[in-house]
Design a protein around this ligand. Structure first.
Ligand SMILES: NC(=O)c1ccc[n+]([C@@H]2O[C@H](COP(=O)([O-])OP(=O)(O)OC[C@H]3O[C@@H](n4cnc5c(N)ncnc54)[C@H](O)[C@@H]3O)[C@@H](O)[C@H]2O)c1
Length: 249
């Protein structure tokens, strides 16, 4: 129970990796805000955490909207007393359009970046004063190994997430707020099954050192470490949890 008396906001927690993050934080004693656009699935996740003996509330939120982010923070503080941790996991991923940077519809590109890159900044701007008010805490952004591979606008947004992590670590370090990122490799979620289909098998065979897809549970240990006091002098880092898909010198 590493996170008793802590409050964690997890965006994109209605399914997939975000849901696993929310459940794991609740098991460690944190009160969790399940934040998502998907109201039906998000409410189910929060209800199921409460049934399992944890504490969770669902709050509907669009991470690309500063007004929505501010409303979420106000409701979280009113219902749970404050915020210690923010996990910026939400992204357009499963239903993402396949297209090139040079041809993707401009309005789609702007919308995509407003969620997948700016969403983490929008949420952090709204939440950091509350984290600071509790004496500090931590933010974890969800990147991807796509940041290091050819993957068009998806990878561009994740490369931006990596840089945002480094920049915000410096802007918030003085207030006791650490900012890190996790870069998962191909992870078995419903969204990946939609997105990659059979291609996932080739990726595993050809580019991973450990010859299996990642699971949502593979990501959880990294998240809990980065939020915990074990990582109290770790900030501005991007931790690849990817079966050896990438290496950087
Ligand atoms: N699954 C993988 O293989 C993989 C690999 C690397 C990185 N990632 C990243 O991990 C994260 C989660 O991946 P996943 O496979 O669980 O994806 P997913 O599509 O299952 O989950 C994303 C969640 O974000 C929510 N969301 C989308 N737009 C939103 C918005 N504007 N505001 C609030 N919520 C919104 C969706 O409703 C959904 O619940 C994403 O950031 C993704 O880019 C995934």
């Amino acid at each position: 129970m590493r996170f008793e008396n802590k409050v964690a906001v997890v965006t994109g927690a209605a399914q997939g990796i975000g849901e696993a993050y929310a459940r794991a934080l609740a098991k460690e004693g944190a009160a969790v805000v399940v934040a998502d656009l998907n109201e039906e699935a998000g409410a189910k996740v929060a209800a199921s955490i409460n049934e399992d003996g944890g504490q969770a509330v669902f709050i509907s939120c669009d991470v690309s909207s500063p007004e929505s982010a501010q409303a979420l923070v106000e409701q979280a503080v009113a219902e749970l007393g404050g915020i210690d941790f923010l996990v910026n996991n939400a992204a357009i991923y499963g239903a993402m359009e396949f297209n090139l940077l040079i041809s993707v519809d401009w309005d789609y590109y702007k919308k995509f970046m407003s969620v997948n890159l700016d969403g983490a900044l929008v949420m952090t701007r709204a939440a950091y004063p509350e984290i600071a008010r509790r004496g500090g805490g931590a933010v974890v952004n969800q990147s991807s190994t796509a940041a290091y591979l050819y993957s068009g606008f998806y990878g561009l947004a994740k490369a931006g997430i990596n840089s945002l992590t480094q920049q915000l670590a410096h802007e918030l370090g003085g207030q006791g707020i650490r900012v890190n990122a996790i870069a998962p490799g191909p992870t078995d979620t419903e969204a990946t099954r939609t997105q990659a289909g059979d291609a996932a098998k080739d990726i595993v065979r050809n580019s991973l050192a450990i010859k299996r897809m990642g699971s949502v549970d593979d990501m959880v240990g990294a998240l809990l470490f980065l939020l915990s006091d074990d990582a109290s002098w770790v900030t501005g880092q991007v931790l690849a949890v990817d079966g050896g898909q990438t290496f950087r010198l």
